[in-house]
Ligand binder design. Structure first.
Ligand SMILES: *Cc1c(COP(=O)(O)O)cnc(C)c1O
Length: 805
């Protein structure tokens, strides 16, 4: 149906009439979107069925990626691109006087994630399918995704994100594969047989209904599955007050927790975690059981990955199934469990390490708690045998200690592999945060630097740059992104540079229209687009960026002839609704923007833009337009970052600390093609070990710093007195935990260098092109190959399935 333009047009018009009961000329963009989505689904249906059949036979090992977040954004454009039919569709629609761009825009973002962790999961599923790897995702079908951010008087206001309002064409409800999950109740030992068994009684049962979304690989027949679970009342509801029960049940898959760092300790979050893992594990075991009579070789055919600690309860859940349902002995069950699971750590921020109080977990999940307890006791006994009398070591390693279950400890003890997400992060895990575990399990620890799908972040987000690259070096890099390195000589080719600059300018002009529409401000396309887009968090240091902009403002007000090259500072960031400090930083950005953008003395030199509601679909418009990529986290705090890679791939130069994957970007592009500044991780760590540094000294001795910090309190940027007191206090009274004042001076120097270098346009383009050439290394295809070979032991399918006609 996509083979030729004519065929497509016919099918599309007919299908639309059939589905919507309207003529094409009366249809809405939403009708057209739904129709096109249905056509894609029908087109891939045979391949999807065949991939599923093959996977379900478990002849080859399968991998399941468990994640509490999947941040996909929109599907339609990427699916059309991966199928290689986007041009045909675009041309066909054009004949019908319909714009494919408009249709694609009508799709609401699937924002079932907060930030990097969820977006990584989405890039991984794209790579798995494209590489013909048997890997599927499992998550929660939140009724409301990450909140929609509106800005009112400079303040963030949160609205529910109703992405399912007009249905969802991609998710197929498979109620025949529903799973029942038990919460609360009482566990009784049952000694009637010669084996000690446990019966879970009076449990509240919640049904998990799977919605399956096809994961369509690029130019291949593989269609993997993302299975999202939705919570519904079980038909076995009789013991409960019907209304309360229905409400409690549906709440489980209602909201995504809008917090990507620390857990707010709500019991609902714990319910969500167990809901995800119990539904997933039961369904995996069930389908494995159809192909195999016993589970004794389960770990040979199944790998399960735990994306951060949120799905760690999968470990005791598999134990429960093996012990209680399969009647296996502990040792055999534990052997299978360890060999099945692998775990990725995403952060060393100590406040982000999940800990569940026993008083919450024990009543909610009584059998699971018993199993965790036993895992802990056996593990501690084992440590004791190796290190008799070393209580200290046991206290540091225990899964349960001081009244809480430590989820990271459970994940490490119950997995055969523990990986960090960039070299420096994996090293810090081994040497610092998880050193106690590294000493007893050195073989478990490894690094897998994050990656991004170049299909979404270059092919889809920046088609003109894609074509430019292809004109220069041919098509092969699309399949094998390492070949982008062949672009290097073009960094010195003046005619290539010229076209490259023209494409960058067009992307900037596109973004200028978006900025005008959403903020009303008019921006100059000749200015440097300096961009910081990511979640708002103290450690990411948006505040350092703002304070520096305030300094530039002061500098310009003092000296109007200051030789500043025009610069546009662009921000996009959501703050967790309960994160007071982060919301104040958003307000500060707006206050500074208001003053600067409306001051004719400075606004031809600097502008400040905050793009509301940062999400995947707007990110796709931002990265291609950027000149400078702000990656300025306090060294040691950003595990990897992936935004840094998206910018690099679109020819923006990194201005960053030596943190996360920035270090690996530096290794690739060399010091001439990146701007680095600030304390290094080991310096930060040793300051912390000494109890911090004296931020007041920097405040007192650097006139620039004193001036901007005082401006937080003296009211020139504030609507109300003391509006930014919390920010002021964080810098001076709380001793600047994130070293903002400490790094201010080297940050300002780096900016000066950028100002100077940018004015040599050809040289700047050279840097940009070298960045693109080196970015193939950060494709998630390469990352996924390393996970597959070194952790999951899964292999690409060798048999090609014939594409459906
Ligand atoms: C890539 C991405 C992130 C992660 O950005 P970092 O800079 O690595 O924190 C967050 N949100 C969205 C929408 C993204 O696309």
């Amino acid at each position: 149906m996509f083979s030729t333009k004519e065929r497509f047009k016919n099918c599309f018009a007919k299908r639309l009439e059939m589905m919507c009961g309207k003529r094409l000329q009366d249809s809405t963009t939403l009708d057209q979107y739904q129709t096109l989505g249905q056509m894609v689904r029908e087109h891939i249906s045979t391949n999807w069925i065949r991939t599923n059949e093959k996977n379900r036979s478990f002849q080859e090992k399968q991998m399941y990626y468990l994640s509490i977040e999947f941040l996909f954004g929109q599907f339609l454009g990427q699916n059309l691109l991966n199928l290689g039919v986007r041009e045909t569709v675009k041309e066909g629609l054009k004949d019908l006087e319909i714009s494919l761009d408009e249709i694609e825009k009508a799709e609401p973002d699937a924002a079932l994630g907060n930030g990097g962790l969820g977006r990584l999961a989405a890039c991984f599923l794209d790579s798995l399918a494209t590489l013909n790897l048997p890997g599927n995702g499992m998550g929660i079908r939140y009724k409301y995704g990450l909140f929609e951010q509106r800005i009112v008087d400079g303040n963030q206001v949160e609205l529910p994100e109703q992405w399912l309002k007009s249905g969802n064409v991609w998710g197929v409800r498979n109620s025949d594969q529903a799973i029942d999950i038990q919460f609360w109740g009482i566990v009784h030992p049952d000694t009637s047989s010669d084996r000690l068994e446990f019966r879970h009684e009076k449990a509240m049962v919640i049904t998990a209904i799977p919605y399956d979304i096809p994961m369509i690989g690029a130019h291949t027949d593989t269609v993997n599955t993302l299975r999202l679970w939705s919570a519904e009342p079980s038909s076995n509801y009789k013991e409960y007050n019907l209304l309360t029960y229905k409400r409690e049940t549906e709440a489980v898959s209602e909201f995504l927790y809008p917090d990507d760092t620390y857990d707010d300790g709500k019991i609902l979050r714990l319910k969500q975690q167990y809901f995800l893992v119990s539904a997933s594990l039961q369904s995996i075991v069930k389908s494995y059981r159809k192909a195999h009579s016993t589970l004794k070789d389960f770990h040979e055919k199944v790998a399960i990955h735990i994306n951060d600690t949120h799905p760690s309860l999968a470990i005791p859940e598999l134990m429960r199934i093996l012990l209680d349902e399969e009647k296996m002995g502990w040792d055999e069950a534990w052997h299978i469990t360890i060999h099945t699971f692998s775990y990725t750590n995403h952060t060393i921020l100590s406040e982000a390490l999940e800990k569940w109080p026993i008083y919450l977990i024990k009543p909610l999940l009584p059998r699971i708690y018993m199993i965790i307890n036993e895992i802990n006791e056996k593990f501690c006994r084992w440590v004791w045998e190796q290190h008799p009398g070393d209580w200290n070591r046991i206290e540091n390693l225990a899964v349960i200690a001081h009244g809480v279950v430590k989820m990271a400890h459970l994940a490490i003890v119950g997995s055969h592999s523990v990986n960090g997400v960039a070299k420096i992060h994996s090293d810090l895990l081994k040497e610092k945060e998880m050193n106690h575990f590294y000493l007893i399990f050195p073989e478990k620890f490894n690094n897998k630097t994050n990656g991004i799908s170049h299909r979404r972040w270059l092919l889809k987000a920046n088609p003109e740059l894609t074509n430019l690259i292809t004109d220069a070096i041919g098509e092969k890099w699309k399949k094998n992104p390492d070949e982008l390195i062949n672009l290097t000589p073009f960094a010195y080719d003046s005619s290539f540079i010229e076209v490259f600059q023209a494409v960058k300018r067009k992307r900037k002009e596109d973004l200028i229209r978006v900025i005008k529409d959403s903020t009303g401000f008019v921006v100059n396309s000749d200015s440097i687009f300096d961009v910081q887009v990511k979640r708002l968090h103290a450690y990411k240091r948006q505040l350092l960026n703002v304070l520096h902009i305030m300094h530039l403002y002061n500098h310009l007000k003092e000296d109007r002839s200051a030789g500043l090259y025009p610069q546009t500072f662009i921000f996009g960031a959501k703050a967790s609704p309960s994160y007071y400090y982060a919301k104040k930083v958003i307000k500060l950005i707006h206050s500074v923007a208001e003053i600067i953008n409306n001051d004719p003395q400075v606004n031809d030199k600097i502008k400040v833009i905050f793009l509301p509601n940062y999400r995947v679909s707007i990110a796709e418009q931002i990265f291609p337009a950027a000149d400078v990529s702000e990656q300025i986290s306090t060294a040691s705090k950003e595990a990897s970052g992936t935004g840094n890679m998206k910018f690099m791939m679109n020819g923006a130069i990194t201005l960053g600390t030596l943190d996360g994957a920035n270090i690996e970007i530096l290794e690739r592009v060399g010091p001439d093609n990146i701007y680095t500044f600030g304390l290094q991780a080991d310096e930060v760590v040793s300051y912390y070990e000494k109890g911090g540094y004296r931020s007041r000294e920097y405040y007192q001795h650097d006139r620039r710093i004193k001036e901007v910090v005082d401006q937080l309190m003296n009211g020139i940027f504030a609507d109300q007195p003391y509006e930014f007191e919390a920010i002021y206090d964080s810098l001076l009274d709380h001793n600047d935990e994130y070293f903002i004042l400490r790094d201010f001076s080297t940050y300002a120097e780096a900016h000066k260098k950028i100002q100077k270098d940018y004015q040599n346009k050809a040289k700047w383009a050279e840097k940009a092109i070298i960045n693109i050439a080196c970015s193939g290394h950060f494709s998630s295809d390469a990352t996924i190959e390393r996970y597959s070979e070194e952790i999951w032991n899964i292999k690409p399918r060798d048999t090609r399935i014939i594409l459906s006609p």
